[in-house]
Design a protein around this ligand. Structure first.
Ligand code: ZN
Length: 410
């Protein structure tokens, strides 16, 4: 790479990070900078809508639940797109147990209330007296009550669902009903299957139990083995990258997952396209993870499948999740990388959050950056159907700038 290019790149890097803090509407003004750098990668403007097109193509496939034909179709689409961009691809398959709620409910005072079995709950029926547990179900909260052979009614909050259910089981309860802290269906997960069945219900339905003497709990679940498919794209011969970019392409059932997370998947693919003809591409792997919605299954399978030196050889992992809406990009991740970014521009809003695929890499000591654009009213719902091009491109510009910064810095 020539000296001249380097200067342009570092100016561009600083400039692009500022982009991250500007409201989407001013992206127009910065086009000139893009073009300056694009000459070393490829012509820019026709590509700006390409990210949005990728989101639309993935969204049209529908809900991409790990292990389903739709997810397989999505992975095939990504493989073809990466190959078209000049990358070699491979599919890493992995398996994990997954449970499904086949329909669970609580019957009380002759009325049947539908509920949601907590993820990973065992199946089971219980017909017994109800005991309302004070506070949130810590061990001490069971000291003043007798739940032996009873159904424990516990409120959501403060401690993980697993602890509530384990504490109830230890105190002798035969099932647990968790009342949500808001009047919405409770979608909770047990980090590991408990000894007794557990179901979640809405706040208003919970109120119906507080003075009821007894109830019947029916938790109907199945556990299956899911085969997930991670897509890996890299240039031939690049066996040890310094940077790994990724985002999950699976979605939850019933949601076409445009923002969560066709958006991140599309930004990673577009970054690969933009870098394809540059020397930087020889330092990067691009990944589309599966099974994130089932508990970071794909990224965990990947970090557990590679050699430790592969992970320690990474200067950074960038994760993109929900980057298709909202005006501001938030950057989370390792303090080291966040402060590096802050040096360039103190206005970049950073935060600490770990509930996405970067957490699997961070757990192995890899420095990570997490790209996220804030909460979404359509999160995990059938209405998560659209993203906007300016948010996607704003994320893309910051990604390109951050890649430059990390690969230039060491
Ligand atoms: Zn997500």
């Amino acid at each position: 790479m020539t000296r001249m290019n380097k200067t342009v790149k570092s100016i561009y890097a600083a400039f692009a990070v500022i982009l991250a803090t500007l409201p989407a509407c001013t992206i127009q003004a910065t086009r000139s900078a893009d073009t300056a750098v694009a000459s070393t990668t490829e012509a820019a403007s026709p590509t700006d809508s390409r990210v949005q097109e990728t989101v639309q193509k993935l969204t049209q496939i529908g809900a991409r639940v790990a292990g389903t034909p739709a997810a397989q179709q999505a992975s095939q689409f990504l493989i073809e797109e990466y190959r078209k961009a000049g990358y070699q691809t491979e599919v890493q398959t992995f398996t994990y147990p997954k449970f499904r709620d086949l329909g669970s409910n609580v019957s009380v005072n002759g009325q049947t209330i539908s509920g949601q079995a907590l993820n990973n709950s065992i199946a089971g029926q219980a017909n017994a007296r109800l005991v309302v547990v004070p506070n949130v179900g810590r061990p001490n909260d069971f000291a003043s009550i007798d739940v032996k052979g009873a159904i424990a009614v516990v409120r959501r909050g403060e401690i993980p669902f697993s602890q509530k259910v384990d504490n109830a089981a230890k105190a002798g309860a035969i099932a647990v009903i968790v009342i949500n802290s808001e009047d919405k269906p409770l979608r909770g997960t047990l980090s590991s299957p408990a000894a007794i069945p557990a179901i979640g219900i809405t706040q208003s339905n919970g109120a119906k139990l507080l003075n009821a003497p007894a109830a019947q709990v029916s938790v109907n679940t199945e556990r299956r083995t899911i085969t997930g498919r991670n897509v890996i794209a890299r240039l031939p011969g690049v066996t040890q990258p310094r940077l790994l970019l990724g985002g999950h392409y699976d979605s939850v059932s019933g949601s076409p997952g445009a923002n969560d997370n066709a958006s991140g998947t599309a930004v990673v693919l577009e970054t690969a396209r933009r870098l394809a003809n540059t020397p930087l591409a020889r330092e990067v792997w691009f990944m589309a993870f599966d099974g994130e919605e089932d508990g970071l299954q794909g990224s965990r399978a990947f970090v557990n499948s590679v050699q430790p030196q592969f992970l320690s050889g990474l200067s950074a992992m960038f994760n993109f999740d929900m980057v298709g809406i909202n005006d501001r990009l938030l950057i989370g991740g390792s303090a080291e990388l966040r402060s590096q970014l802050k040096q360039l521009n103190s206005n970049v809003p950073t935060w600490t959050n770990s509930s996405s695929d970067h957490a699997s890499f961070a757990a192995k000591g890899v420095p990570v950056l997490f790209f996220y654009r804030g909460s979404d009213p359509n999160y995990h719902s059938p209405t998560d159907r659209s993203t906007n091009a300016s948010s996607l491109n704003d994320t893309l510009q910051t990604a390109l700038a951050s890649i430059n910064q990390v690969l230039q810095s060491k």
